[in-house]
Design a protein around this ligand. Structure first.
Ligand code: SF4
Length: 266
């Protein structure tokens, strides 16, 4: 995943996984003088939650002497996530959860932040648990195209899309948490106030219950996905990138998903 001369952005939320990843990559960087490392944090604008995370992320970056770059929803999209949720609910767009907006807008924001810092790669702290949950969620939604696209190293090639890598994709969440505790890394442990709304929560509970009874299930699902993906890629239509009519960012359709969602709330 890593090359000796990468300009690597690490997406740091302030939680245990992203901070464990940042500390490990900082350690690796000491042996790779040509690698440039910096952290990118997205400020979604979640009252009573994100400010603490921003402070913790900044303190860790200062300790590791890593530049810290913050991109905010307000700056990029004109609204905080709290405002988006209020406006969507006010307009009766209640079928979409806060996470449905946040996931799409945050992905775009991380890419924008990494690009502003001229990164050639962006590392996210998706763990084995996240990867398995995402695969199962995509099956539940019948989203085969996304099932084939979600992989440890993205292959989407576009000058405006920074390549994404997931160095923790085979690391169970418990181990990344253990690393943070053993290394005494300060992280935010308050959950996001919107987290309980997510379908992911139900899927996490279900997979953890099966894992408890049948140890190794998470690895089995992950490995099965790795083997299935080439066949899925063959059968799903390759997306041709065009430019979003509103934001000029790469998009599979004339309007990108982020701009489509934002239209609901304007
Ligand atoms: Fe965004 Fe949902 Fe995660 Fe909160 S739980 S940060 S709303 S994706």
């Amino acid at each position: 995943m890593l090359s000796y001369d990468d300009r690597l952005a690490v997406a740091v939320s302030g939680g245990k996984d992203s901070l464990s990843l940042l500390h490990i990559l900082a350690k690796i960087k000491r042996f790779r003088p040509k690698t440039t490392l910096f952290a990118v944090t997205v400020d979604e604008g979640i009252e009573g939650y994100r400010n603490e995370a921003l402070e913790i992320a900044a303190a860790n970056c200062e300790q590791l002497e890593i530049p810290h770059h913050v991109v905010s929803f307000k700056e990029l999209y004109g609204y905080t996530l709290d405002e988006i949720v209020l406006r969507a609910r006010g307009k009766g767009e209640t079928e979409l959860t806060a996470c449905a907006y946040c996931g799409v807008l945050r992905r775009k924001a991380i890419n924008a932040g990494a690009r502003q810092m001229h990164a050639n790669k962006v590392a996210t702290a998706h763990t084995l648990d996240d990867e398995v949950q995402t695969a199962v969620m995509n099956i539940f939604r019948g989203d085969i195209a996304r099932l084939s696209k979600e992989k440890p190293i993205t292959s989407e090639v576009h000058p405006l899309l920074v390549q994404k890598i997931k160095p923790f994709c085979e690391i169970p969440e418990k181990e990344s948490a253990l690393y943070a505790y053993v290394k005494k890394i300060k992280f935010q442990d308050t959950p996001c106030p919107y987290a309980s709304e997510a379908l992911r929560n139900d899927i996490r509970g279900m997979i953890n219950m099966i894992e408890q009874k049948h140890a190794g299930t998470k690895f089995t699902i992950f490995k099965a996905m790795e083997r299935l993906r080439p066949a899925l890629e063959e059968t799903t239509k390759k997306e041709k990138f065009r430019t979003c009519g509103e934001c000029n960012e790469p998009s599979a359709l004339d309007l990108c998903k982020a701009c489509e969602l934002l239209r609901h709330v304007r």
